[in-house]
Ligand binder design. Structure first.
Ligand SMILES: Cc1cc2nc3c(=O)[nH]c(=O)nc-3n(C[C@H](O)[C@H](O)[C@H](O)COP(=O)(O)OP(=O)(O)OC[C@H]3O[C@@H](n4cnc5c(N)ncnc54)[C@H](O)[C@@H]3O)c2cc1C
Length: 474
């Protein structure tokens, strides 16, 4: 291959990790790299669109950075193309010098307890996708009319997002891009109390400080922490606290909540600790009616990390809704190694490895949550993508010296893969198609004083993307 011929890279997935990887590749490669991004939805941005809470528009506006990357002349977007269904690893190996998997962590971790499948028990992934208008959850039924109390299991930011979304009032939600179907149900919600439950203590919670502080500023809900439970949770000193300023600050915020007088707002969020659910109990209609929990104590493991150990004490909390927010995990991709235990693609600093031998697979790379698991904030994916891109560029440089680990595709030209993709998926959505969807959503949003009104059905998105029948109202 002559040295100045383009290096063609396929990025699978258009969330933050995929976009940071694309951005770094285009910036750092001295003009030789071309990036094609394949996304299974007609819309880009991954969890920035379908995970980040609608009442956090500033965080969602990080997509402007990705828009800049998407405008790059050596970047192409192919939406509505699912890796593993519409296009295989083998297809891509024939067309690209490198493949970067950036497919995120799409499913929830189950609790593994009886009653988990009862109506009224939901995965955070589903509820979050539902209020954010993800097409996979457009038909989810969330009954917010039958329950006055909801239990959220988990002590990370996703649990806080869920709790907040359940207590915001309809005028606060009305200015957001919450999906219309969810706005309607949330406006009629009878949920008055949300109990957020952590299996360990306040010092081990994975909240970040601004998100925890925000709970105390809600207009419609008091935040309640039982001082004696808080102190019980802090009774065993955690040695990791001295190096963890975020956790120390969390403890301070929670302590302030525990000392605060209840203002008597119409709703409340109760933060509970040292409790693990053991069973969801049905009511007479066969829906979730209550949750039995075991009280835990904290004990250090051999490394000194405080773990939750169940005691003999149990507690039952009546709750007609249960949301499990105990972590996300990735889905395996056909033909790509997968670590079932961690729910990630095994890798060495971003180079995909064969799990049985530990040997790297030439030309295959991974970024984001599917690389390191569902941890960190959006910005974490930027650094993480840089590590992978450095590995790609180092491998390409070695290749030029005759020893590198890049692929030798049969048909590396941009036109041939585009022909293949169109043949496989005639209704694929190019970036211009997404811009049509974006414009449509924003125009409708503007009329209602909202950032956008989301389309939540794939067929609607495809119709707008193809600009086939202009909206008569526009
Ligand atoms: C509920 C929730 C709220 C969050 N809120 C915040 C927040 O407020 N602030 C913050 O900093 N971070 C937040 N995060 C974390 C942040 O969203 C993640 O760090 C980030 O989205 C991970 O990026 P990713 O690209 O690895 O995965 P994702 O964002 O999940 O992107 C993966 C993309 O790959 C696509 N894909 C999957 N499979 C295929 C396939 N087979 N073929 C083609 N495409 C595929 C998906 O459709 C998706 O677009 C939140 C996370 C969650 C779950």
């Amino acid at each position: 291959m002559p040295d100045d011929s383009p290096i063609r890279v396929a990025v699978i997935g258009s969330g933050p990790a995929g976009f940071y990887a694309a951005g770094h590749l285009l910036k750092d490669s001295a003009g030789r790299v071309e990036v094609d991004m394949l996304e299974r939805l007609p819309t880009p941005w991954g969890l920035v669109r379908s995970g980040v809470a609608p009442d956090h528009p500033k965080i969602k506006s990080v997509s402007r950075v990705y828009e800049k990357t998407a405008e790059h002349p050596r970047f192409r977007f192919f939406g509505n193309v699912c890796f593993g269904e519409d296009i295989s690893r083998e297809d891509l190996l024939a067309h690209y010098h490198a493949i970067v998997y950036a497919t995120g962590s799409a499913i929830d971790r189950p609790l593994g307890i009886p009653g988990e499948e009862l109506p009224g028990s939901h995965a955070a992934t589903d509820f979050v996708g539902w209020y954010n208008g993800h097409p996979d959850q457009a038909d989810l039924e969330v009954d917010l009319l039958s329950a006055e109390r909801a239990l959220v299991i988990g002590n990370g930011n996703v649990a806080l997002d869920l709790g907040r979304m359940l207590v915001l009032n309809s005028s606060e939600l009305a200015t957001t891009d919450t999906a219309d179907h969810a706005l309607e149900v949330l406006a009629r919600s009878r949920v008055r109390e949300v109990v957020i439950v952590g299996r360990r203590g306040p010092a081990q919670a994975a909240f970040t400080n601004p998100e925890l502080r925000e709970l105390g500023e809600l207009s419609e809900a008091d935040v309640v922490v039982d001082p004696s439970e808080l102190e019980r949770g802090l009774a065993v000193p955690d040695p990791s606290l001295k190096d963890n300023a975020i956790a120390r600050q969390n403890v301070e915020i929670l302590r302030r909540y525990s000392e605060r007088a209840v203002a008597g707002k119409p709703r409340r969020i109760a933060m509970r600790f040292l409790l693990s659910p053991v069973r969801l109990i049905p009511d007479e209609a066969g829906r979730v009616g209550a949750v039995e929990l075991v009280r835990n104590e904290l004990v250090p493991d051999e490394k000194g990390t405080l773990r939750a150990r169940p005691t003999a004490a149990r507690e039952t909390i009546d709750a007609g809704l249960v949301f499990r927010a105990i972590g996300y995990r990735g889905l395996p991709l056909p033909g790509v190694p997968f670590d079932e235990r961690q729910g990630v693609i095994p890798n060495d600093g971003g180079r995909v490895t064969d799990p049985s031998t530990g040997v790297t697979r030439p030309g295959e790379y991974v970024v984001g949550w599917i690389k390191r698991g569902p941890t960190g904030v959006i910005g974490t994916n930027k650094r993480d993508a840089q590590q992978t891109v450095d590995a790609i560029l180092a491998d390409l440089a070695e290749r030029r010296n005759g020893s590198g680990g890049e692929l030798s595709p049969d048909s590396p030209d941009a036109a041939s893969v585009e022909r293949l993709l169109i043949a496989r998926k005639p209704d694929l959505v190019p970036y211009d198609g997404w811009l049509e969807i974006d414009r449509h959503e924003r125009v409708h949003g503007e009329r209602q004083g909202r950032p956008r009104v989301k389309l939540t059905r794939i067929d609607e998105m495809l119709r707008i993307a193809a600009a086939e029948s202009p909206d008569p109202e526009e």
